[in-house]
Design a protein around this ligand. Structure first.
Ligand code: PHE
Length: 397
């Protein structure tokens, strides 16, 4: 581009015009230099580029779609207010298809091809864990809206989450099983194929035992499995008071269905991985009355929740869930950090993110702690008529 600025013009013009041509070319060259040599996402560009990776298709598609809607709503609102530091925000979204093995490549692409200043994602802990070393190495902050496995933020000081962690979720679920469900002997059916499920099962079992309860039996499956009858038959024979399924919604729906078919009629419950509009479509009547813990309920009576729900419904025609609210909060927290940093440079944004205190999120008050995690209350929802209803708010401590 610079060559084009300099060579073509000089030959065809009269001598007296040369100084003017020289000046014009110098100006054009400066223009070329500005857009060519400085990454547009960095300090010199007119836009602040933000990367997002999500499961927009595949087995956990509703996770990515809802998280993306929330993120997009936040970015649109921020841009309508004039952007951040006088620049508009541009969102680059990549679909990892709910597959392991995609997120690393996607993170590299977003950072080196698109020059994003930060990455938002993923929902699932396993996929956040894959991208995190790439962000850490590049000194590009990553904010997971909703990955709860503790290992995610342990990858390094550029990796943040804005949700509670599974040690907290496991403890709350154990208290719920022992308190509300009055279950003394709990069976667990764990997905051995995801770090999320393995972690949550462990923290839950530890908390049940610490609370004086018993794990009647633990059985395992692998994500993608469709037949759980062998495990459920063994669980039924162990005669538990309740069944805990710390997995994602596709398998959880099938497990509930097959449990009821086998005559296992005890209460069934799960963690945030259950939350999807698809849960009732997959589980049918079998998920009626089941419970799960999560981060947010659109039924919460807080003015900012009511406004968010209205705006989300107006834009997408559906009711937001936890992933939508967390996706929204993640983009807002990033924008707030860029503003406080006065810059979109990775190390400065990292420091500002680490200093986030009492950010008023849709999902509650968010303070980033020394482990780059957030400690927040949980909600327990129950499936009734195929919809999710708020049963209780429980503090994480
Ligand atoms: N917490 C889950 C994980 O870490 C992801 C999730 C978050 C799913 C919120 C649903 C709702 O893998």
């Amino acid at each position: 581009m610079q060559k084009k600025c300099w060579t073509k013009t000089g030959r065809t013009v009269h001598r007296w015009l040369w100084p003017f041509v020289g000046l014009l070319c110098a100006l054009l060259a400066a223009g070329c230099k500005k857009s060519g040599d400085t990454p547009a996402g960095g300090e010199g560009g007119d836009l602040i580029k933000i990367g997002e990776f999500a499961s927009l298709t595949g087995k956990e598609a509703t996770f990515g779609q809802m998280s993306h809607h929330g993120t997009e709503l936040a970015i649109d609102e921020l841009n309508a207010r004039g952007g951040v530091l006088g620049k508009k925000l541009q969102l680059f979204t990549e679909d990892d298809q709910s597959k392991q093995g995609e997120s690393k490549t996607i993170a590299r692409k977003l950072i080196s091809r698109d020059n994003v200043v930060a990455l938002l994602g993923e929902v699932a802990s396993g996929r956040s864990l894959e991208a995190a070393p790439v962000c850490q190495e590049a000194k590009i902050p990553q904010i997971s809206p909703s990955s709860t496995n503790p290992k995610v933020t342990e990858i390094g000081d550029y990796i943040f989450r804005i949700c509670f962690t599974d040690p907290q979720q496991g403890k709350v679920l154990a208290r719920f099983a022992q308190g509300t469900l009055k279950a003394k002997r709990v069976a667990v059916l764990t997905d051995a194929g995801t770090p999320y499920s393995v972690g949550l099962a462990t923290y839950f079992k530890d908390a049940v035992t610490a609370g004086g309860g018993t794990i009647a039996m633990e059985e395992k499956y692998t994500s993608g499995d469709k037949d759980f009858k062998a495990q459920l038959t063994a669980i039924k024979a162990a005669n538990p008071d309740a069944l805990f399924v710390p997995g994602y919604y596709t398998e959880a729906g099938l497990i509930a269905r097959q449990a009821r078919e086998l005559g296992l009629m005890v209460p069934i419950f799960g963690g945030d991985g259950w939350e999807s509009s698809e849960l009732a479509a997959i589980g049918g009547d079998a998920v009626e009355g089941t419970y799960f813990s999560t981060h947010f309920s659109p039924e919460e009576k807080r003015p900012d929740v009511e406004k968010f729900v209205q705006d989300f419904q107006a834009k997408y025609g559906i009711t937001p869930d936890a992933m939508a609210a967390l996706g929204y909060d993640s983009a807002m927290i990033l924008a707030d950090a860029i503003k406080r940093a006065g810059s979109a440079e990775g190390p400065k944004v990292r420091d500002a993110l680490a200093a986030t205190k009492h950010f008023a999120g849709i999902t509650g008050d968010i303070t980033i702690d020394d482990h780059r995690d957030a400690s927040k209350p949980l909600v327990i929802l129950q499936v009734k008529g195929g919809k999710f209803h708020l049963v209780e708010n429980i503090s994480a401590d």
